[in-house]
Design a protein. Structure first.
Length: 214
């Protein structure tokens, strides 16, 4: 009687211990499963972040390469403009020198002709007046022709100066446009694209932070 009663009293207590152990195992399994899912979500998030960073790095490298190529092209263009400007300046100076030399030569030729005619007239002062008049007329025609040539050279010099000024203005405008294009290309080039991936975790990570009750 005493032993049976003791067993009867101990039966419910043994059943309660088994249920507690089962609940403990379930809790342990749940925690393990939750930790495993959290690790998977974290690994997936880390992989996405690494991929986004790699893509952003590759894009930055491509942009840097493009900037270097554009910088080289702009530098070559600036050097070309500088060379053109130098040619324009030297052309203007050379043209002025050549025109001045041509004018001096024309004046010297007229002076020589005039002196020759004067010498001839002086030697034959008492000679044929008609011949002397013809010679004077020829000298006047020569002077007139030389004056016309000088006027033409001066006109060509003025036209050349105008052309040189127009070339210089175009070269300066082209250089200013190239610098503006380079600043615009730099302002558009660098923008991070991994901000969304950093601020928005994946769905699996959000679920692991707020697990549903078993």
């Amino acid at each position: 009687m005493g032993t049976g009663a003791a067993r009867a009293r101990g039966g419910p207590q043994g059943g309660g211990a088994g249920a507690a152990q089962a609940r403990a195992r379930e809790a342990e399994e749940f925690e393990y499963k939750k930790a495993t899912e959290r690790k998977k979500a974290q690994d997936k998030f880390d992989e996405q972040m690494q991929r986004a960073e790699r893509q952003n790095r590759e894009k930055q490298e491509a942009l840097e390469k493009g900037w270097q190529q554009r910088e080289a092209a702009l530098k070559a263009q600036e050097e070309e403009h500088a060379s053109l400007r130098q040619q324009v300046e030297s052309f203007s100076a050379r043209l002025q020198h050549e025109v001045a030399a041509a004018v001096d030569a024309a004046v010297a030729a007229v002076k020589r002709d005039h002196e020759t005619q004067l010498q001839l007239l002086g030697k034959d002062l008492d000679g044929d007046k008609r011949l002397a008049a013809l010679r004077v007329k020829g000298l006047e025609e020569t002077v007139s022709k030389q004056s016309a040539q000088i006027a033409e050279l001066q006109r060509e010099l003025q036209v050349a100066k105008q052309q040189v000024q127009e070339i210089a203005v175009k070269a300066l405008e082209s250089a200013a446009g190239a610098k503006t294009s380079r600043r615009s290309a730099r302002s558009r080039g660098s923008r991070p694209n991994a901000r969304g991936a950093r601020n928005q975790p994946p769905a699996a990570l959000r679920e692991s932070r707020n697990p549903r009750p078993p």
